[in-house]
Design a protein around this ligand. Structure first.
Ligand SMILES: Cc1cc2nc3c(=O)[nH]c(=O)nc-3n(C[C@H](O)[C@H](O)[C@H](O)COP(=O)(O)O)c2cc1C
Length: 260
């Protein structure tokens, strides 16, 4: 099996492995067949993903596996009426979760009430590494899906729907199923504009943005999607020219993460 090397640096080295091939083929999938995703399969995927590295071995994450249709329907609404959230056979909620640490500290007469930005970040990173590992483990057996950041539209509502305890929040969700579509790979910003050697080269930025606007516009047009010539920069500007989810810090504080 050949791998995509078009954007790799001209090193003359072509690496090939099952993992590299899997990464080169990875794409978000938003339509699933009716075939079941067995509990055993989800367990096996998660069991593998829990081998992900974890900061200071804190393992500050948990996963809620959702199959119940009414729960998926509720989550679909919260995430912005995302159809695939209601239609996915299984939805995995990857949560930053401080309750294990809290239990450990309590045994020694301490508490985690005064947790700070560092704890908030490492638990979020831990959950993310496990989530990405699960995504790849699932992909390696033909299961595909999609990460869902829409859960942070209303983090407290998602915590309530999932019955999360204090000091846990859903960082992102994941739809997982057998693919009923084969989307084209979405191009990425070029490696040589984003990888720097020895020192960061800020001069690369503008040419890189121009090149990517064109690549993404070509991609969307080839899939029949309407876009502008400045496809990526227009899209990013329209999404981020005002702060998104500006209530998140307060919501996370109410859920037991201070992020101070
Ligand atoms: C943390 C995270 C959250 C995401 N949230 C959503 C989402 O809520 N809805 C959605 O349709 N796609 C979501 N995506 C998928 C991205 O839109 C997608 O990965 C990106 O456009 C690149 O496309 P590709 O994955 O097909 O290469 C999310 C991806 C990540 C990593």
């Amino acid at each position: 099996m050949s791998i995509v090397t078009e954007r790799a640096p001209d090193s003359g080295v072509s690496l090939e492995s099952e993992t590299i091939n899997l990464l080169h083929k990875r794409v978000s999938v938003r339509k699933y067949t009716d075939d079941a995703v067995s509990p055993e399969m989800v367990d096996a995927v998660l069991y593998a993903s829990f081998r992900a590295p974890t900061s200071s071995n804190i393992q500050a994450y948990s996963v809620v596996v959702v199959r119940d249709q009414s729960t998926k329907d509720e989550l679909a609404v919260i995430t912005g009426n995302q159809r695939h959230v209601a239609e996915t056979p299984v939805f995995l909620a990857f949560c930053a979760d401080l309750t294990g640490m809290e239990g450990a500290l309590k045994r020694h007469g301490h508490n985690i009430d005064d947790n700070n930005m560092e704890i908030g970040l490492v638990s979020t990173i831990d959950a993310t590494l496990v989530g990405m590992s699960a995504y790849l483990a699932a992909g390696s057996v033909g299961l595909h899906g999609l990460m869902i950041g829409g859960v942070r539209n209303d983090t407290k509502a998602v915590a309530r729907v999932l019955g999360l305890p204090p000091r846990a929040y859903c960082v992102f969700g994941m739809c997982l199923g057998w693919p009923a579509e084969t989307p084209q790979l979405k191009p990425r910003r070029a490696l040589n504009h984003m990888v720097h050697h020895e020192k960061y080269d800020a001069k690369k930025l503008e040419a890189g943005l121009d090149e990517y606007d064109k690549a993404l516009a070509d991609h969307y047009r080839s899939t029949g999607k309407t876009t502008t010539d400045a496809s990526w920069t227009d899209d990013i500007d329209s999404k981020f020219n005002v702060p998104r989810r500006d209530n998140l810090r307060e919501a996370l504080k109410d859920l037991g993460f201070n992020f101070r």
